[in-house]
Ligand binder design. Structure first.
Ligand code: UD2
Ligand code: MN
Length: 569
């Protein structure tokens, strides 16, 4: 009898113990949230609204739903075309689409199987704008509220950078207050035109969530966009994260996926570039859980769309408040994050669409080249001796006033940041340096004609035939070419290629080491440039002189003599 009682009481203890453990697990996973949701009336309203949108989304119908294109015809089309140059996107098409339209789920299937912790940091989504059109601005805000689980969305801050369009004043306030009476969307206004950099700082200062997420004012977030960002920051608060940016077509507002994933690079002119994911990064990721959709380390970010732990954002120096209006801040925050101990990652499972416009639908006060001057500030503070390569491209900026950078230099010292060389070696080892580890570089001159190979202002992203232009004594970035250790005649990303027949021009296209037609031989004794595969010589083609060098059978003639401005071996 006693034995039985003792056994029974130990069973009871075990059961109580199990219940306690289960209780702790339940509370840790779901408890805090559900208790909060149950007791907080405001949260209950938000959850209801969120659930209602989620359940109605699939059944929505109307123009542009599911991210379909809106094609205008006849009179409407004509009207839209008149507006285009001013707005730089099709505002009429945008106005036809519901502010709450559905977008396609373009995520990789693998994303849907990832389980994020229930307890995530909360987000303040900061949307800065200056004179943005009504429908893209509000569609951005609606998409964030409709697709972010309320327990993670602390607030949406619409940061008005001193817009002067009437409808962005009272009308906007009334719309926001009546649409989101729970106050989840807030308007904060600057008292002078701050430019996007200082506007983002103002937004970040007004925010009180754990994590800051910045968006441009013409975005639409995709399903499940926020959890991967918050989840990764919970794992590592020193990561600065970008969602994958999907394209919203500026003419039809069609929401399209990005196709393949890329990372960010930069041109030495300090413009941002998209690049394929390098092999070393592919290998590193293959070993991670969720390999194909795991975070992708990126040297730089495009700028507009990113998330960072709020306190960490300020710890590493927020932004340079000395930067004006537009440009340069994206590379500045990228270099700084890496150099000062953080990481920059693209998150494949977080998708946000952005309208890429053909021009800026707002003014640049004083008509300043803000990208140029902002980039000078960033080069002077962060790029050490490599700023020379920026100035090679921007000689026009030499001697211009870039203001006081002492506080940023102080910041760099205080944070004990790495050198720019460390960044290049460790984060962006594939970046080509035109004047390091090459046989020769600079102007490629034909002395008898004083003509130099010249891009003729063509953009290196395009495929084009190399031109000839009178030599500019090192003053023109269009005339910089390098003879690499791999026998390429190249610029940053483009290499000279030729079909190898008599009379063929030299075409600049994406470098490809596997291509035999992209190999050239030159030595400073013979002064010829020989196309390896065909054995033909580059000729200035003097008689015709149509402005393009071309391949000719080698012979002893002045028109086949070329010298590089600098020889390194
Ligand atoms: C890209 C970035 C943008 C920014 C810029 C470099 C993306 C998708 N976009 O240009 O965020 O990093 O590169 O500087 O990565 N704005 C203001 N005040 C101003 C000017 C602009 O608040 O004085 C707002 C504007 O309304 C918009 C945002 O700043 O919401 C970015 O401007 P943009 O859309 O013209 O820049 P974008 O996308 O060409
Ligand atoms: Mn934008």
């Amino acid at each position: 009898m006693r034995v039985f009682r003792r056994r029974r009481s130990s069973v009871v203890y075990v059961l109580i113990g199990c219940a306690f453990v289960l209780g702790v697990i339940w509370y840790w996973q779901w408890g805090a949230d559900s208790i909060f949701v149950m007791t907080d009336e405001v949260m209950r309203v938000r959850v209801k609204r969120f659930m209602e949108y989620q359940s109605s989304e699939a059944g929505r119908s109307g123009p542009g739903e599911r991210g379909e294109p809106v094609v205008l015809l006849g009179e409407e089309k004509a009207k839209a075309e008149v507006l285009m140059p001013k707005e730089a996107f099709n505002r009429l098409a945008s106005d036809k689409i519901s502010l709450e339209r559905s977008v396609p789920d373009v995520r990789d299937q693998a994303c849907k199987h990832i389980v994020y912790p229930r307890q995530l940091p909360t987000a303040s989504v900061v949307i800065i704008f200056h004179n943005e059109a009504w429908s893209p601005l509000l569609r951005t805000a609606h998409s964030v509220v409709n697709r972010s689980p309320p327990q993670y969305l602390h607030e949406v801050i619409l940061l008005d950078d001193f817009s002067d369009k009437d409808f962005l004043g009272e009308d906007l306030r009334k719309y926001v207050e009546s649409t989101w009476p729970d106050g989840v969307v807030k308007i904060v206004r600057t008292t002078e035109r701050s430019g996007l950099i200082r506007a983002r700082i103002a937004g970040a200062k007004a925010a009180t969530g754990d994590v800051l997420i910045f968006l441009d004012s013409h975005c639409e977030v995709g399903p499940g966009w926020i959890e991967p960002l918050l989840g990764r920051i919970k794992e590592d608060r020193t990561t600065v994260l970008c969602p994958e940016i999907d394209l919203i077509d500026k003419d039809t507002l069609q929401y399209g996926g990005t196709g393949s994933f890329s990372v960010g690079g930069f041109w030495w002119s300090l413009h941002f570039s998209w690049r394929p994911i390098p092999e070393h990064e592919q290998k590193r990721r293959a070993a991670l859980p969720n390999g194909s959709v795991s975070p992708i380390r990126s040297p730089t970010m495009a700028g507009g769309l990113f998330a960072a732990d709020r306190k960490y954002f300020f710890e590493i120096g927020a932004y340079d408040p000395g930067m004006d209006v537009w440009g340069g801040e994206n590379l500045e925050i990228s270099f700084r994050t890496w150099m000062c101990g953080g990481k920059l990652e693209f998150i494949p499972c977080s998708r946000v669409g952005h309208i890429f416009r053909s021009s800026h639908p707002y003014t640049f006060p004083g008509n300043k080249d803000t990208h140029g001057i902002n980039s000078m500030r960033l080069a002077e503070v962060w790029m050490d001796e490599y700023k020379r390569l920026f100035y090679t491209h921007r000689r026009d900026l030499l001697g211009q006033d870039f203001g006081d950078i002492s506080e940023r230099l102080e910041l760099r010292k205080r944070l004990n940041c790495h050198s720019f060389k460390w960044f290049l070696d460790n984060v962006y080892p594939e970046k080509f340096m035109p004047d390091e580890n090459v046989h020769a570089w600079g102007m490629v001159r034909n002395p008898s004609s004083n003509l130099c190979m010249d891009t003729l202002q063509k953009d290196e992203k395009m495929v084009f035939d190399m031109g000839l232009y009178s030599c500019q004594n090192g003053a023109s970035a269009n005339q910089v070419l390098s003879l690499s250790y791999k026998d390429e005649l190249r610029r940053e990303e483009g290499c000279l290629d030729s079909g190898g027949k008599d009379g063929d021009k030299l075409t600049l296209r994406q470098c490809n080491q596997a291509k035999a037609t992209m190999k050239w031989k030159h030595d400073k004794k013979k002064n010829k440039i020989i196309h390896e595969q065909s054995g033909l010589c580059v000729d200035v083609n003097g008689e015709k002189n149509d402005g393009h060098p071309m391949l000719k059978p080698c012979k002893d003639t002045d028109s086949q003599i070329w010298t590089f401005e600098h020889y390194l071996d």
